[in-house]
Design a protein around this ligand. Structure first.
Ligand code: FES
Length: 217
């Protein structure tokens, strides 16, 4: 969130709180990928450079491909016009956003992979009843073990896609440091509503190893 929005939220909590509640409710029936695409288009429409980069990265983290973002820009052509679309692509290339410019071929290759199996941990190293974070860049995973059952979730906040940090874990609760949203294990649920729950990942246990299947598309 921008400093200005932080300031307004602090100074006018009722008005701004109602505004954010409106935004949350307005998008509550949409899936996270559609919400992310709409956010990208609004940033192009208002030509907000920082916001465009931020929301495009969030859309990518939510599983939207760079090809889908390009399609959305072109589909919004009647409202955006060519000059805004060219401006947006220039911004994304200049900021080195994955999937645009030179990185596009590599991203397309990744996008063509429908699912990726990632070895994230040994079962024995996972504590009981406490979430832990594993995985790598762009593939951060939260794991939660109960007995010999392990649940896995994408470690990205469902509010604005921020990566959830290890230091935000307190037992079975994970707090996002960006705006304080919380998620509870074992279901990855969010008290703000079922639509904001963390995205679960299929888990397989094999030979003492925990593997998750990361859905790329
Ligand atoms: S990004 Fe806003 S609470 Fe996580």
């Amino acid at each position: 969130m921008s400093r200005a929005l932080d300031y307004l939220l602090r100074e006018r909590p009722r008005a701004m709180g109602a505004y954010f509640e409106f935004l949350r409710d307005a998008g509550s029936r949409l899936d996270p990928r559609t919400r992310a695409l709409i956010s990208v288009i609004t940033k192009v429409s208002t030509q907000t450079e920082k916001g465009l980069v931020q929301y495009t990265r969030k859309a990518l983290a939510a599983g939207v491909s760079s090809e889908e973002i390009l399609d959305a820009l072109l589909a919004a052509f009647p409202a955006l016009g060519l000059s805004r679309i060219v401006w947006a692509v220039d911004v994304l290339i200049d900021h080195g956003v994955a999937g645009f410019g030179e990185a596009q071929a590599q991203a397309q290759e990744e996008h063509d992979v429908e699912a990726e199996v990632i070895d994230v941990a040994a079962l024995d190293e996972l504590p009981q009843g406490r979430a832990v974070k594993r995985g790598g860049p762009g593939r951060a995973v939260l794991l939660y073990r109960e007995g010999d059952e392990v649940r896995a979730f994408k470690a990205y906040c469902t509010h604005h896609g921020m990566e959830l940090m290890e230091r935000g874990i307190d037992g079975d609760t994970v707090t996002c440091f960006q705006h304080g949203w919380q998620f509870s294990m074992p279901a990855g649920s969010c008290p703000r509503g079922a639509q904001w729950a963390l995205e679960g990942l299929p888990v397989s246990l094999d030979d003492g190893r925990v593997r998750v299947t990361w859905q790329v598309r």
